[in-house]
Design a binder for this molecule. Structure first.
Ligand code: HEM
Ligand SMILES: *[C@@H]1O[C@H](CO)[C@@H](O)[C@H](O)[C@H]1NC(C)=O
Ligand SMILES: CC(=O)N[C@H]1CO[C@H](CO)[C@@H](O)[C@@H]1O
Length: 510
């Protein structure tokens, strides 16, 4: 039966094998593990990719080739090469590789995160830096962040005080995820989908379902993703993608419509991203697809990254009581026992800032950043990187490089008091937000959120391991994925340490 089918498949296979061979002969590619025909190194890569790539870098050197199917991926693992990628060759390496799901969700890069470098990208990035992430707007949205962080404190306090929870530890992630969800959706959409009793409304449920469904769709493709000629076998997925997109657009349009009506009624625009984008639509010539894409970029890029960073930081603080006490001493000295901290106090809390930085050094939430793609042939570390290859910087490995860092595996925030190291893309030893043209536009917002959540958690509570667990027994291994959760979500005991009237949410209505 299948003869007419087998022949073209064989031809395609042959073509792919020859193509890989051609690239390997024509170019001086970085060294790496030996690829298999068709699948390349896909079956050699261990699930926690950045650890696997760091091991290979030990064996083959700081720049390696890894084949995902027939596509070349280059991973660099030291600060010198990170600089070559993100500074010297920044412009040639500023395109994005879009996985199939990313391509679908972003309508082939009509948003920011998944857009290739070009006029559209430059325009949208300008909207971000000149309009959305300005210090002024971030400052005006600060009450929302403080509302959400104090709501988190209140909800932990209630759970601690509940006699049913006596002697039980808390699942830390639950609280962090809620803040992140509410905070970011509120900054972006200007909506709180949860009422004061913690009950989520219909739009909120729809919203959550869309986020969860997106993750599921994104994860379902691993095989067909890298071996394009297999895709015809999965027609159902195409339909699922289309449905998902339509559902997302419907919800977003409804929210946008609410804002437009509110604006017409009140005559003034609010500070939320959705209002900003709608009022700037004409000035920057933004399509509706782009506005929807941008709003969802903020949700996907901002939500998990901040919650994950705080969870890792809390795990380190439970493991290192010395650091926790020192941070609490600073909070007591600067803020005292009669007030709660605000973002205005950060500048007087240098040690707290170092704790956040040290956590982002050891546990960057996107250890391989996002995949950059070469739009021209370039040279990195003396090797050829052909146009169309993907380039990753293993920022996790760079920040643990023993030739750059003293005792790199030790959680010691003091290192940043001794030597101030920038983490927003100016110092290539520490790149949790990337660097160059594609650097994270939400870096300052992310740092504020992480520092604020950590500060409140430490000022209000003492954190200890669950009963019967020693600090050194906490599992610090990572879950596989583009963003790196803890494999075993952190469980910890929280003991209040301030007068009880300070555990009230500071609600704002905006
Ligand atoms: C601790 C928190 C965060 C970390 C560690 C982080 C890290 C990163 C990294 C590594 C990249 C990729 C850079 C590259 O490809 O070179 C990125 C991109 C991005 N981030 Fe963040 N991020 C955080 C929070 C946020 C927040 C709160 C927002 C917005 C609400 C945000 C919005 C974005 C966007 C839109 C991009 C795409 C930029 C582009 O492609 O040009 N991020 N982030
Ligand atoms: C903390 O910030 C508040 C304003 O939010 C300010 O009144 C107070 O003086 C600050 N305290 C310190 C020590 O910075
Ligand atoms: C629901 C809401 O708008 N605010 C939440 C912010 O995050 C904390 C974290 O637990 C929740 O308790 C709040 O309800």
């Amino acid at each position: 039966m299948a003869l007419p089918l087998i022949l073209p498949i064989c031809l395609i296979l042959l073509f792919l094998a020859l193509y890989m061979l051609y690239q390997r002969l024509r170019f001086k590619l970085p060294p790496g593990p030996r690829p298999w025909p068709i699948v390349g190194n896909l079956y050699d890569i261990k699930p926690v990719r950045f650890r696997c790539f760091a091991e290979w870098a030990q064996a083959y050197g700081p720049v390696i080739s890894v084949w995902f199917g027939s596509r070349l991926n280059v991973i660099v693992s030291n600060s010198e090469l990170a600089k070559e990628v993100l500074k010297e060759n920044d412009q040639q390496l500023a395109d994005r590789h879009r996985s199939r799901s990313a391509a679908k969700f972003s309508r082939d890069g009509q948003d920011l995160i998944w857009a290739d470098y070009g006029p559209h990208y430059v325009k949208v990035r300008k909207v971000c830096t000149l309009e959305l992430f300005t210090p002024k707007r971030l400052e005006s949205l600060r009450p929302i962040r403080e509302d959400e962080v104090t709501a988190m404190v209140e909800s932990i306090f209630k759970d601690c005080a509940n006699p049913d929870n006596d002697g039980k530890s808390l699942l830390v992630k639950k609280y962090l995820g809620a803040v992140a969800f509410n905070n970011i959706t509120r900054l972006a959409f200007g909506k709180r989908f949860v009422n004061s009793e913690g009950v989520m409304d219909e739009q909120g449920l729809e919203f959550k379902a869309i986020v969860a469904n997106g993750l599921k769709l994104g994860a379902s493709l691993a095989m067909a993703e890298h071996i394009p000629w297999l895709r015809w076998m999965f027609p159902l997925e195409e339909e699922a993608f289309a449905k998902h997109g339509a559902r997302r657009d419907r919800l977003t349009r409804a929210i946008m419509e609410e804002h437009t009506q509110a604006r017409q009624k009140s005559g003034g625009a609010k500070q939320h991203f959705v209002d900003a984008l709608l009022t700037l639509q004409d000035k920057y010539d933004l399509s509706e697809d782009t506005i929807i894409g941008l709003l969802w970029d903020m949700i996907t890029a901002g939500m998990d990254t901040t919650a994950i960073s705080v969870e890792w930081a809390m795990a380190e603080l439970v493991k290192n009581p010395r650091v926790q006490h020192k941070a609490q001493e600073e909070l007591d000295r600067v803020i005292g026992f009669e007030r709660v901290l605000t973002e205005a106090n950060f500048s007087n809390l240098p040690y707290l800032q170092c704790v956040a930085k040290e956590a982002l050094r050891l546990h960057p939430p996107t250890p391989l950043m996002l995949p950059h793609r070469a739009n021209a042939n370039v040279k990195i570390g003396g090797y050829d990187i052909p146009k169309g290859s993907n380039v990753h910087v293993n920022v996790w490995a760079v920040a643990r490089d023993p030739t750059m860092w003293k005792n790199p595996l030790e959680f010691r925030p003091e290192r940043f008091l001794e030597e101030d190291v920038d983490m927003k893309g100016h110092d290539f030893r520490l790149l949790p937000f990337g660097a160059g043209r594609r650097v994270c536009p939400g870096a300052q917002l992310g740092i504020n959120l992480v520092t604020s959540m950590l500060g409140h958690l430490l000022h209000h509570f003492v954190w200890t391991p669950p009963e019967g667990i020693k600090p050194e027994e906490i599992d610090m291994s990572e879950n596989p994925g583009l963003v790196t959760y803890m494999r075993t979500p952190l469980q910890a005991m929280a003991t209040p340490r301030l007068p009880s009237h300070l555990y009230k949410r500071v609600a704002v209505d905006m």
